[in-house]
Design a protein around this ligand. Structure first.
Ligand SMILES: *[C@@H]1O[C@H](CO)[C@@H](O)[C@H](O)[C@H]1NC(C)=O
Ligand SMILES: *[C@@H]1O[C@H](CO)[C@@H](O)[C@H](O)[C@H]1NC(C)=O
Ligand SMILES: *[C@@H]1O[C@H](CO)[C@@H](O)[C@H](O)[C@H]1NC(C)=O
Length: 338
């Protein structure tokens, strides 16, 4: 299987948050659930983040029996209003706002994740903010991480919006502060995690040759991450493109560069090294005391073909358990992360 995902990078020649797809709103909603899945992950690992050990909803999980929250299914959920809609959250950008542009169905808003062995509690925005008081959380990586951050903003919108405390006007690096709670939320755009130089910034966005410096974490996040309490890495789909791999400043090979004089390496080669480098950077930071979360592979935005070759994103319901197989390149990427 060849990658059928292309995401437009937020390059010079593109407005911020440009995407070609309408499914972003659906993704945004689904990522609410994904985000919720992140929370009880720690249960399984025996090191609870604060929002699990507090009183309230989370208790029902904490004192319940052990539960693998990753095994389960999506259930239709009609009784409870969605956590947010395009009308209740102003952080849904036009490119993600399918409803505003005429999407007729709303059923995609009404699903919940049901682990086989337990129930997930509903998200409680006030409780969440109480628990992360004085803490900071960073999403580092690609657009799914960014979506998850936006989703969290929307989840918390019932309490209020944070103020923008970004240190740059560049929308790829957002930083928000929930003043009453002194909770900082940040997003660092770095889809390769390591230093990546675009060899042709004005070329076609989906197929540009990137120079990846596999042993150098991208300074944009690495220089600022030390103080964060929670760091969530997201990377995957961007590694499918043509890439030159550098280590110690030397070209060591390439992926899909179509050059007979350069050693062919697989995309997994770069992928594995990029993660190692990112984790090594965190471990090497003396004052870093945070918790690191790795988001595993996400589905491509498009199905049944690449975005420009008949692929579509017409999905109206979550993927069923038997509907999609983790195979081919996706399986390889997933295994590489483990
Ligand atoms: C939200 O979606 C509805 C259609 O369901 C649309 O009429 C409305 O303009 C949208 N509101 C915003 C703020 O995007
Ligand atoms: C807010 O939280 C940060 C850590 O995220 C801490 O360094 C700072 O002292 C806190 N400020 C106040 C006023 O509590
Ligand atoms: C690398 O692979 C490409 C495509 O499979 C092939 O055309 C090229 O000759 C290979 N390069 C080397 C140095 O083996």
């Amino acid at each position: 299987m060849v990658a059928h995902f292309i995401e437009l990078p937020l390059g010079k020649n593109l407005p911020p948050y440009t995407t070609t797809t309408n499914i972003k709103a659906l993704l945004l909603v689904l990522t609410v659930m994904i985000f919720l899945l992140l929370i009880p992950l720690y249960l399984v690992r025996n090191s609870s983040p604060p929002w699990l050990s507090a009183k309230g909803n989370a208790m029902s999980i904490k004192y319940g029996k052990k539960c693998n929250i990753f095994r389960g299914k999506w259930l239709q959920h009609h009784n409870i209003a969605p956590y947010y809609t395009n009308a209740t959250c102003r952080e849904i950008f036009d490119q993600q706002n399918c409803m505003k542009f005429g999407r007729p169905d709303t059923e995609f808003l009404k699903w919940r994740w049901k682990p086989d062995e337990c129930e997930l509690p509903l998200f409680d925005a006030v409780q969440f903010l109480e628990l992360v008081k004085g803490k900071s959380m960073a999403f580092v990586g690609d657009s799914l991480g960014r979506n998850q951050m936006q989703s969290l903003l929307c989840l918390l919108a019932s309490v209020g919006y944070p103020i923008d405390v970004s240190y740059t006007k560049d929308p790829r690096f957002k930083r928000w502060l929930y003043v009453g709670y002194n909770f900082t939320l940040a997003n660092f755009w770095s889809p390769h995690l390591v230093n990546a130089i675009d060899t042709d910034p004005n070329g076609p966005t989906y197929n540009r040759l990137m120079n990846l410096y596999l042993d150098e974490s991208n300074h944009d996040w690495a220089a600022q991450i030390e103080a964060f309490n929670y760091v969530i890495f997201s990377a995957g789909r961007w590694f499918f493109g043509p890439q030159m791999f550098y280590e110690n400043g030397q070209l060591v090979g390439c992926h899909a560069c179509l050059n007979n004089n350069i050693k062919n390496l697989t995309m997994l080669y770069g992928y594995r090294k990029a993660f190692r480098t990112a984790f090594r950077t965190l471990i090497g930071l003396k004052k870093f005391r945070g918790m690191t979360i790795l988001r595993t592979l996400s589905p491509a935005h498009f199905e049944n073909g690449e975005w420009d070759r008949g692929g579509s994103c017409a999905r109206t319901r979550p993927v069923g358990n038997s509907e999609m197989k983790l195979d081919g390149a996706d399986l390889e990427l997933y295994m590489t992360q483990g």
